[in-house]
Design a binder for this molecule. Structure first.
Ligand SMILES: *[C@@H]1O[C@H](CO)[C@@H](O)[C@H](O)[C@H]1NC(C)=O
Ligand SMILES: *[C@@H]1O[C@H](CO)[C@@H](O)[C@H](O)[C@H]1NC(C)=O
Ligand SMILES: *[C@@H]1O[C@H](CO)[C@@H](O)[C@H](O)[C@H]1NC(C)=O
Length: 417
């Protein structure tokens, strides 16, 4: 135990350093993409969603939408290469997880990235972004660099506002009445929050395909994740006192350093591959070197300290519950001393999930708990590879065989040709 505690302490210090580095962001590191190109960064790590997918011949559109509480979110629509005039209905939304962005679904390349695979099967695919990441760091009234109010959110608000606004925007733009939704990790957990709080929105969706859904985190095994999330929970007040509300944005010192170190072939596998393995679990050979190098150009993508803190709270609770403000504010906000739980027994949407046995972030025990809570589970699939972990879902070169076929099976069932 002593060594675990020591490790936690050092990681805790590292976390403080990382957060402090955010204060120094941009001004200190004026590295633009042209300089990065001459330094040998892989081109794909420097490109945004439309540029990167365009490089492989895919057409995508960039759209912006505004949530009820004023956040401006970017969403991309991507069309398969052979799909002109034969797009299936209804539209499909694909949503990323914590500290990530839409670009996640391209990082593994056209043979493995889910945005490519799903759009090539001619679904009308919309790839969303949640508030606080580099595509959704905007607001109609608030300035994320000046107004702390911008960062007063966690997965609770993402579920309450971002997911509904995304659904409305896609339905409105396509003229459809319903859509199909695929959520990864927080992208699935926030969907369930929406269903619990705003059931009318859940009715606008035929099926939720949940990839490693993050709800309660009672059995999360990763010591590094425990340290980062637990650290954020313990430090939230202190960080707020010194004006830090944003966690791990793109362009901050830590992200630039990671991207720098991870671009070299020699270091990318050793340091960056190990970082992924330490944060999650080891699965040798699953994520290619090239994907590792590219992914650190797009992540961490930024969120609020509160979002991390709320997951820190979830580590020591056996419920899927709202952010805990502490007794007095809980009473003001929730009318109860303790944060209320989401009522999953009311969430009747058809539900399919895929999860990995070796996932140290979203543990199998917690997925099995979720399945017991939900009343309409069509199928729960443990991925056939026993080494399958959390980051394999977006990044593994084997997603085409181990994730996509099941996703496609259910999309087909709920689509019209
Ligand atoms: C992506 O890159 C294109 C081309 O450089 C640019 O026009 C567009 O504004 C960028 N989109 C975002 C969201 O950064
Ligand atoms: C839906 O589209 C109509 C017409 O384009 C627009 O007036 C309305 O604001 C849109 N609603 C949402 C929620 O996007
Ligand atoms: C959850 O919802 C169900 C169905 O509406 C209801 O019977 C149950 O009492 C609710 N549970 C809680 C804890 O609110």
């Amino acid at each position: 135990m002593a060594s675990t505690n020591n490790l936690k302490f050092y990681i805790f210090l590292a976390f403080v350093a990382i957060i402090l580095a955010n204060v120094l962001k941009s001004g200190l590191f004026p590295i633009n993409n042209d300089i990065k190109r001459t330094l040998g960064y892989p081109e794909n790590s420097l490109l945004n969603f439309t540029e990167l997918s365009g490089r492989y011949g895919y057409l995508s559109e960039e759209h912006t939408l505004v949530t009820e509480d004023g956040y401006i979110l970017t969403i991309f629509r991507i069309n398969g290469k052979q799909c002109a005039g034969k797009l299936k209905k209804p539209p499909v939304v694909l949503m990323h997880g914590l500290l990530l962005s839409s670009d996640l679904w391209l990082d593994a390349g056209p043979d493995a990235g889910l945005a490519y695979l799903i759009s090539d099967a001619c679904y009308d695919l919309w790839v969303g972004n949640q508030r606080g990441n580099y595509y959704s760091r905007r607001h109609v009234r608030l300035n994320p660099d000046k107004d702390e109010e911008f960062w007063q959110f966690s997965a609770d608000e993402i579920g309450l506002y971002d997911i509904p606004a995304t659904i409305d925007y896609v339905l409105n733009t396509t003229g459809e009445e319903k859509l199909n939704y695929i959520g990864y990790s927080q992208g699935a957990g926030t969907f369930l929050i929406m269903c619990s709080e705003r059931p009318g929105y859940c009715d606008k969706v035929n099926i939720l395909i949940a990839l490693a859904p993050a709800t309660r985190l009672t059995n999360t095994k990763s010591v590094l994740a425990q340290s980062i999330l637990g650290g954020a929970q313990q430090l939230e007040g202190l960080l707020a006192a010194i004006g830090i509300y944003e966690a791990l944005p793109k362009g901050a010192l830590n992200q630039e350093l990671l991207a720098f170190v991870c671009k070299f072939s020699a270091t990318s596998e050793f340091i960056c591959g190990n970082l992924i393995a330490t944060l999650d679990s080891s699965h040798p050979g699953s994520i290619s070197k090239e994907t590792i190098k590219i992914s650190f150009g797009h992540s961490p993508a930024g969120t609020s300290v509160r979002t991390l803190a709320r997951y820190g709270q979830a580590l020591s609770s056996d419920k899927f519950q709202k952010y805990d403000y502490g007794k007095p504010r809980n009473l003001d906000i929730y009318g109860e001393e303790k944060p209320p739980s989401y009522n999953l027994s009311t969430v009747t949407i058809p539900f399919v999930t895929l999860y990995g046995k070796n996932d140290n972030l979203v543990a199998t025990e917690d997925v099995l708990w979720l399945i017991k809570e939900l009343p309409n589970v069509l199928e729960a699939v443990e991925v056939a590879d026993p080494m399958w972990n959390h980051f394999d879902v977006p990044y593994s070169q084997f997603s085409k065989d181990l994730i996509f076929p099941k996703v496609n099976e259910y999309l087909q069932k709920y689509s019209i040709y």
